[in-house]
Design a binder for this molecule. Structure first.
Ligand code: HEM
Length: 223
């Protein structure tokens, strides 16, 4: 039976790929690592947010009423951020890397930019969790006046959003390069088309999120 440890071959432009023994699709090594790190980060966020979910649910259950009020709102904030932003966006970026390379039999055309994007997202996700757990951002899933958090809370959102935007940008770069290098014929596969729709929505959502958070960041600095 074929195993996952199939040999790597060198392709054009110095990229390496292996042939997936199950699907026979070509897997670019740079894309594979990016897919794995983003998907693992997503699951880490799910674990953090899931643990917080359990604790806040046990607090909402009046018989148990586990946490005091400040920790309830602290973990509710962490839960909202890790579930609705961390888990979902990291996984979406993993999916975008997958769809724009493996599903098109194509290489990742901008791996360095994708790593910068990933680093920004990790810095943002780590910082926001630390700030919230330190009690400097008990603002729940909001960035609205007058509930103020530490400036680093808003800055970490901005880091994460800019990182995610760069990650999405590499998806579009990959699509263009794959088409130019004739990695697929005719129209793109339906799944990739769906991912492209998600990517367009992500650009709109992330830009809108950043627009909301940037003024809140300046306001939290007292400007
Ligand atoms: C991917 C799945 C989930 C997402 C995206 C999600 C997202 C959210 C968000 C955005 C909030 C509002 C946070 C805020 O107002 O600051 C919230 C609240 C909450 N979530 Fe989740 N959640 C998920 C799964 C769960 C699960 C599995 C549980 C239970 C074990 C849970 C329990 C709660 C509770 C108890 C609240 C607070 C409700 C309240 O007191 O009004 N969540 N969730």
């Amino acid at each position: 039976m074929a195993t996952i440890s199939t040999p790597w071959f060198q392709a054009a432009r110095g990229s390496y790929y292996r042939t997936c023994p199950v699907t026979t699709l070509k897997v670019d090594s740079a894309a594979e690592t990016l897919i794995i790190v983003n998907a693992v980060s997503a699951v880490v966020c799910l674990l953090l947010g899931g643990t917080a979910a359990l604790l806040i649910a046990l607090t909402r259950w009046q018989v148990v009423h586990l946490l005091p009020a400040d920790w309830f709102y602290r973990l509710l904030t962490a839960h909202g951020i890790d579930m609705l932003i961390g888990w979902i966006v990291f996984f979406e970026i993993a999916g975008l890397h997958f769809g724009s390379t493996v599903l098109l039999n194509a290489r990742h055309a901008a791996p360095k930019l994708a790593w910068v994007a990933f680093a920004l997202m990790v810095i943002g996700a780590l910082t926001v969790n630390v700030i919230v757990l330190m009690g400097q951002g008990d603002v729940m899933f909001t960035a609205y006046v007058p509930i103020k958090a530490h400036p680093l809370f808003y800055l970490s959102y901005i880091f994460f959003a800019v990182g995610a935007l760069l990650g999405v940008a590499t998806f579009f770069v990959n699509l263009v390069v794959a088409k130019r290098e004739k990695r697929y014929e005719g129209s793109m596969p339906l799944v990739v088309f769906g991912l492209m729709t998600a990517a367009i929505l992500a650009v709109y959502t992330l830009l809108q999120g950043a627009l909301a958070v940037v003024p809140a960041f300046f306001w939290s600095l007292g400007w």
